[in-house]
Design a protein around this ligand. Structure first.
Ligand code: NI
Ligand code: MN
Length: 227
């Protein structure tokens, strides 16, 4: 799998010859000002919940990638379809879709889910993506929750993408516990440093994970890693 980070909770995963973009929020993010969203090519766009910091560039990127299928909560599908988008897989918590080259399952996230104009956005979710060989879990925006104990029943994870910025989501200490619950020692941190409320000390965060025998990977915006 190839993983490219676009800042905040936005990233692109290439799995089994398909490209899935998660939570597009780039143009409003000062830290991601060097990313040109018109350069992003994707086959799917997965949206964890309706907050602006996860959906801001969804319409533009979907229109740039005509055939991209948007995977999201039913209520987000209704909202985005009013903005002219046509290709969707509307889902809800607990559901799984076999997209052919991979499966994607919506997991519970402990958060809120309104849309930018105040519309109801349904429940926030996380995702488990698997191609039968490799699997990963993206928690979305969430608190630490006992529901995470269920994740290993559904997938043997190669890594987890977890929010670590505190204030709106888990902090580093809770993300370490989350990684225990979902049974992985390889964590990619997201949802930090974008706003003053969620600024973290990156070096300390890496050390906290390391002290528990875990690897926290913090990727520079615009860079890619192989997993
Ligand atoms: Ni949120
Ligand atoms: Mn958020």
């Amino acid at each position: 799998m190839k993983f490219t980070y676009y800042g905040h909770s936005c990233f692109l995963v290439e799995i089994n010859n398909k490209r899935i973009l998660f939570d597009p929020f780039i143009t409003p993010n000062e830290l991601a000002k060097d990313i040109n969203i018109n350069d992003i090519k994707c086959d799917y766009i997965a949206i964890s919940h309706g907050h602006a910091d996860h959906i801001a560039d969804a319409v533009t990127i979907a229109k740039n990638n005509n055939s991209a299928i948007i995977v999201c909560a039913y209520e987000i599908y209704e909202w985005l379809s009013k903005q002219g988008l046509k290709n969707f897989r509307p889902m809800n918590t607990g559901g799984k879709w076999n997209a052919g080259n991979f499966t994607i399952k919506c997991t519970a996230a402990q958060h809120s889910g309104g849309l930018p104009d105040g519309s109801y956005g349904g429940n926030p979710v996380g995702f488990i993506v698997s191609d039968g060989t490799q699997s990963f879990y993206y928690a979305g925006d969430t608190a630490l929750t006992k529901d995470m104990e269920l994740i290993p029943l559904w997938a043997n994870l190669d890594f987890a993408v977890l929010p670590i910025g505190d204030n709106f989501t888990m902090d580093v200490a809770d993300a370490i516990i989350a990684s225990d619950l979902v049974k992985t020692n390889k964590i990619i941190g997201v949802h930090y440093n974008t706003f003053p409320y969620i600024v973290i000390n990156e070096k300390e965060a890496v050390e906290q994970f390391k002290a528990k025998g875990k690897e926290l990977i913090l990727i520079k915006i615009g860079e890619s890693i192989e997993l």
